[in-house]
Design a protein around this ligand. Structure first.
Ligand code: PMP
Length: 332
């Protein structure tokens, strides 16, 4: 919890941020958040069902449902709470989750009292072998520590409801009309704000609104967060900042070999925990922040640097990172 000088990123080139589209500091996003606070206040004052439901919620819900191609959406306090809310409200007997699915999915399964069955990462044959009764299939759209994507279409081929956690989405417009029944998202990463949401059918969203405990027993998101997220979504549609983010990531990939990723999260797997901590320190001495990720966040033996590229990075910043990493791999 220490925050030494520079930890916030000031004075460093920061490759630890999930602000993939650089929107958290976009002047229009900040101004929209401030305007929302001025109109509705600093806090929501109550949970959504008990008077805290300021009008920005339905504005965001309509926009995000349309953008993601769903009938309806509902906003939660965070992505973590959205995952808890969905899985506890569904009360499934079994949850089949990818081995690399995020910690909040595992916490949700525990809280729901469901049986957790984990299948090998993106391995559909392994999932097929493990299925012994109907349940909920859960995976991530883009994996948080590896940057690779789940085979959503194949996950939908088992005749069971599928929930996809799209926390690391870049909000590129959908190219396929494959839609898992339940889509969970966060406003805390590419939207540059804070909060979570769930998209689904109108009936399912109505069910969540009456049943999901994190919606009922926790104070609603403050107006600032929702106002800022609405503006971020508008800017994404207008300016398409994901194009720049992907170009930047491709540029880094052309200079260093990431492990398997095609998105903006680029892992450099080193295996050894001491080695990865030493690499983090060397990068820091060179004015660069990169997160060293170790077990239990990632499986044993896969300690790594997690490089997060955003639309806001410049080519020269990426060059500097690539040069230091090349030095690290030359002198292991
Ligand atoms: N799902 C995934 C895959 C995540 O990586 C995260 C955050 N690290 C969350 C959910 C939680 O989202 P939030 O930060 O909005 O609580």
């Amino acid at each position: 919890m220490r925050a030494p000088k520079g930890e916030w990123g000031e004075g460093f080139i920061n490759f630890t941020s999930n602000d993939y589209l650089g929107l958290s500091r976009h002047p229009e996003v900040v101004a929209a958040g401030v305007a929302a606070a001025e109109l509705y206040g600093a806090g929501a004052r109550a949970s959504r069902i008990a008077g805290g439901n300021h009008p920005l919620f339905s504005e965001f819900e309509e926009k995000i449902a349309a953008y993601k191609g769903y009938e309806a959406a509902t906003v939660f306090g965070s992505g973590y709470l959205a995952n808890l809310g969905v899985i506890t409200a569904l009360e499934p007997e079994v949850v089949y989750a990818d081995r690399l699915a995020h910690a909040c999915i595992i916490d949700a399964v525990k809280l729901a009292g469901a049986k957790l069955v984990r299948f090998l990462h993106n391995d559909m044959a392994d999932l097929a072998r493990r299925i012994d009764r109907p349940g909920l299939v859960v995976s991530e759209e883009v994996f948080s520590m590896d940057g690779d994507a789940a085979p959503v279409g194949e996950l939908m081929g088992f005749g069971m409801p599928v929930m996809i956690d799209g926390a690391h989405s870049l909000y590129k417009p959908q190219t396929s009309n494959l839609k898992p029944q339940i889509y969970v998202g966060t406003m805390s990463k590419a939207l540059g704000s804070y909060g979570g949401y769930v998209c689904g059918s109108k009936t399912f969203i109505e069910y969540l609104n009456t049943k999901a405990r994190p919606l009922i027993y926790s104070t609603a998101l403050p107006p600032f967060a929702v106002g800022a997220a609405i503006k971020a979504l508008e800017i994404i549609e207008r300016d398409r900042p994901y194009v720049r983010a992907v170009e930047n990531a491709d540029y880094l990939r052309s200079r260093v070999t990431g492990d398997g990723s095609r998105g903006v999260i680029i892992p450099v797997i080193m295996g050894d925990e001491e080695k990865v901590l030493a690499a983090e320190e060397i990068l820091r001495e060179n004015g660069i922040l990169v997160a060293a990720i170790r077990p239990p966040t990632v499986p044993k033996g896969t300690a790594r640097l997690r490089i997060s590229i955003t639309a806001a990075h410049t080519k020269s910043e990426i060059d500097k990172l690539a040069n230091v990493i090349a030095g690290l791999t030359r002198n292991p």
